[in-house]
Design a protein around this ligand. Structure first.
Ligand SMILES: [Zn+2]
Length: 291
């Protein structure tokens, strides 16, 4: 989860417990503690401990590619931003009672293919994770208002795995060199975010969590897709060619490892829209067998 004015927001947060993952990155410099503290993200999803909820409805994203407006390197990731002044690109259904508007999507990734995702499944790490960020337009009038509220945001998380080149993603990858440096923005139109969803969006986990960047507010209903999408190593290499730093800075830093450390579950329940055992082809034998 990402925001614009991170520094100002971060300064408002109480100082306390350590947050060391991104100690080299300005966003995580100095200790941070969550404002609430008992429903933080990301987490490890333990498949056997998740609870099948037969009342979870199918998810119904309805996106208009014409609301896509620009790509922005905010110094921590790149944000593909959507016009959210109308209800043209929305998310409903699933665990959600209200209508949520898409405002942006972004990714988190590692310096190698061995790690990079924020969430994990039975401790399994993925090379990258997509976050599609939506805010509750039934209850609030702006993203900035929704971000401070318990039921303010809904974020879809999709794991990326290395495999075939992703044709939909390539349109985005082609433009990334234009936003190599922090603070650069490029116009970007008619990108359908639905092309980045897996073919099966009926199977997902959901839990109550938080933003994974400051202000770390506990506003998020997380919807994590069970099925991953495939991208090529070369496509992720272009993500890694981006920079945390602006053109003026003397020492340039590669944009990699832009994820938050995992947080404890604190008694929360992760619900699944599918029965965890009946649909598994085979029981997992270890951290790398859960394909
Ligand atoms: Zn995120």
């Amino acid at each position: 989860m990402l925001f614009g004015n991170l520094t100002i927001i971060a300064n408002l947060i109480m100082q306390g417990a350590g947050e060391y993952t991104m100690k080299m990155h300005p966003m995580w410099q100095g200790p941070l503690v969550a404002p609430g503290g008992n429903r933080q993200s990301p987490i490890d999803i333990r498949v056997r401990k998740s609870v099948f909820d037969p009342h979870l409805k199918p998810l119904t994203p309805d996106y208009d590619p014409r609301t896509c407006s620009q790509i922005w390197n905010n110094g921590y990731s790149f944000l593909v931003e959507y016009d959210d002044t109308t209800d043209k690109s929305t998310l409903k259904g699933g665990p959600l009672e209200d209508n949520f508007r898409l405002c942006q999507f972004h990714f988190h990734w590692g310096e190698s293919n061995a790690w990079g995702s924020e969430h994990t499944v039975d401790r399994r790490l993925f090379p990258a994770e997509l976050h599609m960020v939506h805010w509750n337009s039934d209850k609030y009038s702006r993203f900035e208002e929704a971000v401070m509220e318990e039921n303010g945001l809904a974020v879809i998380g999709v794991f990326l795995k290395i495999g075939k080149r992703h044709e939909g993603l390539q349109k985005l990858v082609d433009v990334l060199p234009a936003v190599r440096h922090k603070d650069s923005v490029v116009e970007f139109n008619r990108f359908d975010p639905a092309c980045l969803l897996p073919t099966n969006i009926d199977d997902y986990w959901t839990y109550a969590g938080s933003l994974t960047t400051p202000p770390l507010t506990e506003a998020v209903t997380w919807i994590i897709m069970k099925q991953h999408i495939e991208v090529s190593h070369d496509q992720l290499a272009v993500f890694r060619s981006l920079l945390f730093t602006s053109a003026e800075e003397e020492v340039q830093k590669s944009m990699v490892n832009n994820f938050r450390v995992q947080q404890s579950l604190q008694g929360r329940t992760v619900r699944s829209s599918f029965t965890p055992f009946l649909k598994e082809e085979q029981p997992a034998k270890g951290p790398h067998t859960g394909h």
